[in-house]
Design a binder for this molecule. Structure first.
Ligand SMILES: [Zn+2]
Ligand SMILES: [Zn+2]
Length: 470
């Protein structure tokens, strides 16, 4: 169960536009509205900010404290209701730093209008305060009984752009106490970065060799909240690659075993790991992924990758993906082994544009064809769906690359959160020049940004029989 039950997320573009409007050069407070879309996780509801509604002349008054005219609220409610979105009210505390408390005027403006907004949109009013240092605080005003709209504070507000910047409400997600085990880690990047890093809820999708190693590195680094998503059990032929399994564990559910392994190795003083026995394309696995602030894609199948790709853009949860491909020649000797790592997120190319899955194969997997041994047998020997060659060392390196992508995204050392799309060749021992860029112009995923559950795509479904057996 996540301790963050409500959250808000936005793109860095929307964050920038809000700052431009709300943080005035004359240092007075200002105000505006914003449309939002829902993203419903298993235990966390997130409001994804979609579009600002800025005041027109005469719709608001700036006088130290900002206030708005009823006509501004009416116009904003009309726009929200017309597009099926929720409504958020934003204002600034230009002299404030970090999380902001609410004044009586703030409470009156938000709680006092929560009923009208709920009546117009069917959704709770969200209130947001922007401090002068760019920190966001947010709350949901949810109807509990008729005419009662108490506030529920958001544990986190994340801004997703080239980097991932999250403001936590310290009351709900307390600054972690440094532990003795973490001294060497914290000395590398300092307490503040550590607190921003380890309070993120990280999801590892796929508990194979790469997922197991990433999860271990998260637990040792001090992450406090980890979600593990996989439906498979440990088999004998996994034992050459699973860092967390022994011969005694054959037949055990991977995520449950991995969760036990992590609990013994976690360095955080409070550590929660949530094993979710499901595929990410099943409703339960999908909703569990939506509880996370960032996700690692450690799946090798197209459907899971497709679902994660959708989550990265429509739900604003960065997905750090990777993959290993090994080839042998006709003599059965190793001819090539490559692995890659990249982060699918707002402003960067998506997994489909990076060629990480073939959309045609997604439908085939949904129909169970990819789990039909006869179908797989009929494919040419070098077909990506057939290639299962892998060794521990390749997984280790790929897991490391993916973890480093995440660290760059969050820590942004020297303001460099984006190492680009990376590809390493074992044969020859070199890394290609990293690639930067965006989705192809005809790609649909950028058009789903921040639409959440209203993106109109139903990506989940029923797990095919025999899934994972090939
Ligand atoms: Zn205020
Ligand atoms: Zn794309």
């Amino acid at each position: 169960m996540s301790r963050v039950k409500r959250s808000v997320a936005m793109t860095a573009v929307l964050d920038g536009l809000s700052r431009q409007h709300l943080l005035r050069s004359d240092r007075q407070e200002d105000i505006c509205f914003c449309l939002w879309r829902g993203s419903k996780g298993l235990t966390r509801n997130t409001a994804l900010l979609e579009r600002l509604i800025l005041p027109r002349h005469g719709e608001r008054n700036v006088h130290g404290n900002a206030s708005f005219e009823p006509s501004f609220l009416e116009r904003a409610m009309f726009e929200a209701a017309g597009s099926g979105a929720g409504l958020a009210l934003m204002h600034s505390h230009p002299l404030g730093r970090g999380c902001q408390k609410m004044s009586n005027d703030d409470i009156a403006a938000e709680q006092g209008n929560a009923g009208a907004v709920f009546g117009a949109t069917g959704l709770p009013l969200i209130g947001l305060t922007l401090a002068g240092d760019g920190a966001w605080s947010a709350r949901f005003w949810e109807r509990t009984t008729p005419r009662t709209y108490p506030e529920t504070w958001c544990g986190s507000v994340r801004v997703v752009g080239d980097g991932l910047r999250v403001t936590f409400i310290d009351r709900l997600a307390p600054i972690p106490r440094p532990t003795e085990q973490q001294v060497r880690t914290v000395s590398v990047w300092g307490h503040e970065s550590q607190a921003n890093l380890v309070r993120l809820r990280a999801g590892v999708v796929g508990a194979g060799s790469v997922g197991g190693m990433i999860a271990e590195s998260l637990a040792r680094t001090g992450f406090e909240d980890i979600t593990l998503i996989d439906f498979d059990v440990v088999k004998k032929h996994n034992l050459d690659r699973l860092n967390y399994a022994t011969p005694r564990d054959i037949g055990r559910v991977k995520v449950e075993l991995l969760a036990e392994f992590l609990r013994e190795r976690a360095t955080a003083s409070t550590f929660r790991v949530e094993p979710v026995v499901a595929a990410v394309y099943e409703e339960k696995g999908y909703r569990a992924a939506l509880d996370c602030d960032l996700l690692f894609a450690c799946v090798d199948r197209p459907w899971g990758r497709y679902v994660l790709n959708l989550i990265a853009y429509s739900h604003l949860i960065p997905v750090i993906d990777g993959g290993i491909r090994a080839r042998s020649n006709r003599l059965g000797k190793l001819a090539g082994a490559d692995w890659r790592a990249h982060t699918a997120t707002f402003g960067r190319p998506c997994l489909q544009c990076l060629g990480q899955y073939d959309p045609g194969h997604v439908q085939m997997e949904r129909e169970g064809m990819l789990d039909d041994p006869k179908y797989i047998e009929g494919l040419p020997g070098d077909h990506p769906l057939k290639s299962r060659e892998n060794v521990f060392a390749f997984s280790m390196s790929c897991a490391s690359f993916q973890t480093l992508q995440m660290l760059a995204l969050v820590l942004a050392p020297l303001d460099q959160p984006n190492p680009g799309s990376q590809l390493y060749h074992f044969v020859g021992g070199y890394m290609e020049e990293p690639k930067f860029g965006a989705c192809h112009p005809e790609c649909l995923f950028p058009s789903f940004v921040a639409l959440g559950d209203s993106c109109g795509i139903s990506a989940t479904g029923v797990r095919p029989q025999n899934a994972g057996d090939t």
